[in-house]
Design a binder for this molecule. Structure first.
Ligand code: SIN
Length: 343
């Protein structure tokens, strides 16, 4: 069992939590017994708040990510609260919040505290806030956006860091988003497979998904919600290490994905498919996955360099409207860059 991770000396209480009872109970259906930490923040700007309102807990999921409770992210967060949130994000690769009530402007303000906003080239934009991409599915539409395992923007030279997704209108049931943990996917690979992918690089592309020669028929199926195929056609494919050192945590993570990776650099299509198939099969083992069930006020914030995600499309005939803000990233380094430099 992992030890408590976030420490502000002298301000921490730790305890054990069962998944189904007690204050701060987790919403992860698969959560096991967890260590929970309460950080009682003593920030002068928020001293008017009751201590109980300031108790921030980080509850790691057994698959991917961690849920953060005890914080209202619509208000101006103190530096110590931001430190806990950023550390949790760096450590777990995805963070989840419940019962939030953010306006569009507050969504943008929160996102800006993590980096520069990336205005999406392919998705429909919010009418009043171009920073927000609309991830929508109408009752008469059959295909959804993100309906397969992928990691956003791996086709870019500097892939986006991550996205903050807010549920605005949900179907009565279904429409969960699944997240897979790419740290665990890498860590648990067989030793010989780890050795064989160590120095490989993979090619990523957006053309087969968003381009005018749309092999997946996405443009037609997602009518009005994805566009700008010329921008995808003009994109050069990008190449990234298969095992990256994730920028925020420096942990090793598997960085190939079924949505946008089109092959291993220098390998034949057949050999690429065979290796990628093995890696994908391993990556989506049940123990690496969190199935995030949306409720009104739910928020998921994931790092594309540490997770994959997959929007479930099991709510035909109902509307699902999500607001997504994506944050810029940086070039990606091989997890073994240092050993190569040293040798
Ligand atoms: C996506 O960003 O791929 C969509 C995720 C979702 O709608 O759950």
């Amino acid at each position: 069992m992992s030890r408590p991770e976030y420490r502000i000396p002298g301000q921490i209480k730790t305890g054990k939590l069962s998944s189904s009872s007690g204050p701060g109970k987790t919403d992860f259906p698969e959560a096991k017994e967890l260590f929970v930490e309460k950080l009682i923040c003593h920030d002068p700007r928020t001293k008017h708040l009751m201590e109980s309102e300031m108790a921030l807990s980080v509850l790691p999921a057994t698959g991917a990510g961690a849920e953060i409770t005890g914080v209202d992210i619509s208000r101006r967060l103190s530096e110590s609260e931001m430190t806990v949130i950023k550390n949790a994000f760096a450590e777990h690769g995805a963070i989840f919040f419940r019962e939030q009530n953010l306006t569009e402007a507050e969504h943008i303000t929160f996102a800006r505290r993590f980096g520069e906003i990336n205005i999406n080239r392919f998705f429909a934009k919010h009418r009043d806030y171009p920073e927000i991409a609309m991830v929508s599915k109408e009752p008469d539409q059959v295909a959804n956006i993100g309906g397969g395992w992928h990691t956003d923007h791996s086709y870019d030279q500097e892939p986006a860091m991550g996205s903050i997704l807010i549920a605005r209108e949900l179907p009565p049931s279904g429409g969960d988003t699944w997240f897979a943990n790419m740290y665990k996917a890498y860590e648990t690979l067989p030793v010989d497979l780890k050795a064989s992918i160590r120095d490989l690089r993979a090619i990523h592309s957006a053309r087969h998904v968003f381009g005018s020669r749309d092999d997946m028929d996405m443009l037609k199926k997602t009518r009005g919600r994805i566009g700008n195929p010329e921008a995808a056609d003009a994109l050069h494919d990008s190449e990234h290490p298969v095992v990256i050192s994730r920028p925020l945590s420096k942990k090793k993570a598997l960085y190939v994905n079924p949505g946008f990776t089109i092959g291993i650099a220098g390998w034949s299509e057949r050999d690429s498919e065979s290796l990628l198939g093995k890696l994908y099969k391993h990556a989506i083992k049940e123990e690496h996955i969190t199935k995030y069930q949306w409720k009104p006020g739910s928020i998921a914030f994931w790092d594309n360099r540490a997770t994959w995600h997959f929007a479930q499309n099991d709510y035909q005939g109902f509307r699902r409207i999500m607001h997504r803000i994506t944050i810029n990233g940086c070039p990606l380094e091989s997890a073994f860059a240092d050993t190569k430099k040293a040798s």
